[in-house]
Design a protein around this ligand. Structure first.
Ligand SMILES: Nc1ncnc2c1ncn2[C@@H]1O[C@H](COP(=O)(O)OP(=O)(O)O)[C@@H](O)[C@H]1O
Ligand SMILES: [Mg+2]
Length: 238
């Protein structure tokens, strides 16, 4: 069986600076896979390359068995790969509902879009209650929910989340993590990038640890949580 997402020998550079130095990574259908690592490790660069926003120097990205590097970003979305970016990038002067509709820009099936909006409100009731308000009035955690809701509007097979818990209170972070689990139960495969290693590894079937552009460890989430090096470097233990 081919994996849903297969990244092999991926190298990405900004000018002369190589940010991703030849990584291999696999996500099987139905999994939550976490990619952890300190600031600057190359996680965002990896996600942006997978979703077609950056062009790799070398290597390959395969999605559903087909090579997607070189395919325009909007067509990658169309194939079922969505990306909720680091920093959320919602549109603050547009309403919550307008932000969600933007996530459905590739679709023309009006009634189904309405159904997906309803599902986003079911997943995140606060968005429904405030649907006519400007997105800029939402708290950080609510904006993260909106970014996730928007990414889900294209009915993705694979959802990539870049630091969804960044800057959130522990309670809000817990809510986001619970939602990730819920999405998995509903059939969405998830590649989760997090600096909060503990939460991300608890949730994941498998995880990858990235350091200065390389994958230095990969194992099950449970094994990584129990790994001494991971505990020292990422879970603040000594
Ligand atoms: N637009 C950019 N131009 C130049 N260098 C960049 C750019 N974005 C990121 N980098 C560099 O690439 C490396 C990896 O960054 P990034 O992928 O954002 O890491 P992470 O998401 O793990 O924090 C870092 O050294 C960072 O400074
Ligand atoms: Mg990042």
């Amino acid at each position: 069986m081919t994996a849903l997402l297969e990244v092999s020998g991926l190298r990405v550079a900004y000018g002369k600076i190589e940010a991703v130095k030849g990584i291999d990574l696999v996500v099987e259908e139905g999994e939550v896979v976490s990619l952890i690592g300190v600031n600057g490790a190359g996680k965002t660069t990896t996600l942006r390359t997978i979703s077609g926003l950056l062009t790799p120097v070398a290597g390959e990205v395969r999605f559903k068995g087909q090579r997607i590097n070189g395919v325009p970003a909007h067509m990658i979305v169309e194939r079922g790969l969505a990306h909720s970016p680091e920093g959320r990038h919602i549109f603050p002067v547009m309403t919550i509902e307008e932000n969600l509709l933007l996530g459905a820009f590739i679709r023309r099936d009006g009634p189904a879009i309405q159904k997906d909006i309803a599902r986003a409100y079911e997943l995140f009731p606060v968005l429904g209650e405030r649907r006519k308000q400007r997105a800029g009035t939402l708290s950080g955690g609510e904006q993260q929910m909106l970014a996730m809701g928007r990414a889900l509007m294209c009915q993705p097979t694979l959802l990539m989340l870049d630091e969804p818990s960044m800057g959130l209170s522990p309670i809000m972070m817990q809510k986001i993590m619970t939602t990730v689990k819920e999405l998995q139960e509903r059939g969405t495969t998830i590649l989760l990038v997090e600096q909060n290693a503990q939460a991300a590894l608890r949730l994941a079937q498998r995880g990858y640890v990235m350091e200065t552009g390389k994958i230095v460890l990969h194992d099950t989430g449970a094994a990584l949580l129990a790994n001494d090096d991971v505990r020292k470097a990422y879970l603040g233990e000594d």
